[in-house]
Design a binder for this molecule. Structure first.
Ligand SMILES: NC(=O)c1ccc[n+]([C@@H]2O[C@H](COP(=O)([O-])OP(=O)(O)OC[C@H]3O[C@@H](n4cnc5c(N)ncnc54)[C@H](O)[C@@H]3O)[C@@H](O)[C@H]2O)c1
Length: 365
């Protein structure tokens, strides 16, 4: 069992990583003084796999538990689901009852919606995260960003609300579909590019073991990503200093591709990272060898680095509407593997060329 601290003053919390932790969640939470009633937010499919074990663990420590289950899709991270969850929370949290807190059991969709419900209910109540996807174990589970999609725009309505604990039981990943593991690999590679060349090299040597969820590699990779994200969040909790923005490497172009082509998030981020690296090469920031090294790793892992089609104009339109773009041509670009920089004022034609290159197998450098 490993423990990592997210250092945020009075909002600090621990991430506990290990195998078989779900059966101990009641005992682990007991000492945190969060309340006596657990409002468990999850999805039907995840609850059917792990809900009983989670509820039993809380019951063993005399917590009362009510579960609230919403839909399975990204589109269920919606106003309607939020409203349903909040209505059930109000019914559970009757006046005169003991203090209640939220526990999210699921991937990023559950964590974002459950976290946001706890952020706005009674102006904020405590919550804990029990991430069940590889992505939520390396990224979404920590950092306190929680949101729902609104008016067709991803994560438009949300807030910052830090969890009180993140319990990463890596044995829960054994039921995860292979495509979800692959998709999360793009985010894992991203950490290597934005923070740590040695970690990148570790993925080059060990990605097959990670894909097979081999215990020691998995624990190493998840705890390393958590450490990197915890460090970034501690320096820039509210994403105002340009430090947390580093986590968007590959995402601005990636989101635009995801919206236009309906690729998985990981595949779109993979293409987005290569496109951003091409732009960095063109600006003289990154060597062609380093860009090729990244592209090669993504290909070896089985992620796509090119897209079939000719919709570069549509991707550009989607990109310019991305809220992260904020009207500026701002992208996170690598200087080298292990270091990135936020760059403003990039010519739109250069971005479009980099996107076209991903479609036509051409090179701009
Ligand atoms: N808050 C943040 O900082 C942050 C960061 C990154 C991503 N996100 C958000 O996270 C979401 C994506 O999260 P995700 O990739 O975890 O996807 P997800 O939550 O949609 O889960 C993917 C699928 O896997 C299923 N699933 C989850 N755990 C499972 C398990 N153990 N076994 C079998 N099936 C399981 C889910 O039901 C779902 O169908 C997006 O909405 C994104 O915006 C948030």
């Amino acid at each position: 069992m490993k423990r990592i601290e997210v250092e945020l003053g009075e909002r600090s919390y621990s991430i506990i990583i290990g195998f078989g932790l779900l059966d101990r969640v009641g005992e682990i939470v007991e000492g945190l003084n969060l309340g006596d009633s657990v409002f468990l937010v999850s999805q039907r499919s995840i609850f059917s796999l792990y809900g009983d074990r989670c509820v039993e663990s809380f019951h063993r420590k005399r917590f009362s538990v009510r579960s609230s289950l919403f839909g399975e899709e990204e589109s269920d991270k919606s106003w309607e689901s939020l409203q349903m969850v909040l209505q059930e929370l109000v019914r559970f949290d009757e006046p005169g009852k003991k203090r209640c807190f939220v526990a999210t059991l699921g991937g990023g969709v559950v964590g974002d919606l459950g976290g946001f419900a706890s952020a706005i209910y009674k102006r904020g109540i405590d919550y804990i995260q029990i991430p069940t996807t590889l992505l939520s174990n390396v990224d979404a589970g920590i950092g306190g960003k929680c949101a729902i999609n609104f008016c067709g725009i991803k994560n438009l309505v949300g807030s910052f609300h830090q969890p009180r604990l993140v319990l990463s039981d890596l044995s829960l990943l054994s039921s995860l579909p292979k495509k979800e593991i692959l998709s999360a690999m793009a985010e894992i590679v991203k950490y290597g590019v934005i923070c740590d060349e040695k970690f990148f090299a570790y993925i080059e040597d060990n990605f097959e073991k990670i894909l097979l969820l081999e215990a020691s590699s998995l624990e190493y990779v998840v705890s390393s990503c958590y450490k990197m994200k915890a460090d970034i969040v501690a320096k820039d909790e509210r994403d105002t200093k340009g430090i947390r923005a580093k986590l968007n490497f590959g995402h601005t172009i990636g989101h635009a591709i995801e919206n236009t082509y309906k690729l998985s998030h990981g595949e779109a981020v993979s293409v987005g990272m290569v496109a951003a690296s091409s732009i960095a090469c063109h600006l003289g920031m990154l060597s062609k060898e380093e860009k090729n090294r990244l592209e090669e790793l993504l290909k070896r892992i089985g992620l796509c680095t090119e897209i079939k089609g000719s919709e570069s104009q549509k991707i550009m339109e989607a990109l310019l509407h991305d809220k992260k773009f904020l009207g500026k041509t701002r992208l996170v670009l690598p200087n080298r593997i292990g270091e990135v920089k936020v760059v403003d004022g990039i010519e739109e034609s250069l971005i479009q060329t980099a996107i076209e290159e991903r479609m036509e197998k051409g090179e701009i450098i």
